[in-house]
Design a protein around this ligand. Structure first.
Ligand code: HEM
Ligand code: HEM
Length: 177
């Protein structure tokens, strides 16, 4: 059975896990009143986001050099196109969301210090209005990600339970055992 490489599988699930933490954290941390905890959560959120970015760069490079297994023969052409478009959009979001976060932090005048030790360069000069705009971009991109992930998971479950093909198992080989 054609499968994803172990590296592709590990990167897929590691990134999915980090997003499941970073996304709700982003939503929750904004609601808190200013406190040391809030600042800590902002810092952790940025570290998680930068980690997602680094893993996503690795993943895109890996994907560019290692083809994905072909879709099952039984899959209609419109579904293949939809899946390819959705996967392309997910990859783009994995890069654009952290980038928008980094740019937003620069524009708001809060430098990102990765893991508390590695200061990332501020790519933009401080600019309140631009900071607000980028916060909106970051938020909207996250809404698109959330919607796409819901469809993505629903499609995976449909493949497994309704179509009964190997699409979920080849990304989650432990299911078989
Ligand atoms: C894949 C990675 C990331 C995800 C899934 C994510 C998700 C989110 C979400 C859902 C919010 C709340 C948006 C809203 O409702 O307004 C948020 C806010 C925020 N994110 Fe991210 N984020 C990521 C990466 C980053 C990175 C890399 C940085 C900075 C280096 C960052 C900085 C921020 C900041 C500063 C806020 C608060 C904005 C505000 O207070 O207006 N994020 N993030
Ligand atoms: C934030 C969460 C997630 C993101 C960003 C994400 C992203 C992606 C991307 C970009 C691919 C395309 C891989 C490639 O062909 O190079 C993919 C494949 C896949 N994902 Fe996810 N995923 C997430 C969560 C999940 C979850 C929770 C499930 C299962 C319930 C899942 C099931 C799958 C499956 C089965 C494939 C293989 C599709 C195929 O072989 O055509 N993903 N995912």
């Amino acid at each position: 059975m054609p499968a994803y490489t172990r590296t592709a599988i590990v990167l897929h699930w590691l990134i999915a896990l980090l997003i499941c933490v970073a996304l709700p954290m982003g939503l929750a941390m904004q609601e808190l009143a200013l406190s040391p905890l809030k600042l800590k959560l902002y810092a952790w959120h940025k570290w998680l986001g930068v980690t997602v970015f680094l893993l996503a760069v690795l993943r895109v490079l890996w994907r560019a050099t290692h083809a994905a297994p072909p879709e099952p023969e039984t899959m209609p052409p419109w579904q293949r196109t939809a899946a390819r478009l959705a996967h392309g959009a997910l990859y783009a979001l994995l890069l654009l969301i952290p980038l928008s976060g980094w740019l937003m932090s620069s524009a708001k005048g809060f430098q990102t210090v990765y893991l508390g030790v590695l200061p990332l360069p501020d790519l933009l000069a401080k600019d309140e209005a631009l900071g607000k705009l980028l916060a909106l971009v970051h938020e909207q991109l996250n809404h698109v990600l959330l919607a796409l992930v819901i469809v993505h998971v629903a499609a995976a479950v449909k493949h497994h339970r309704v179509d009964r093909d190997d699409v979920l198992v080849r990304m989650l080989p432990w299911l078989k055992h």
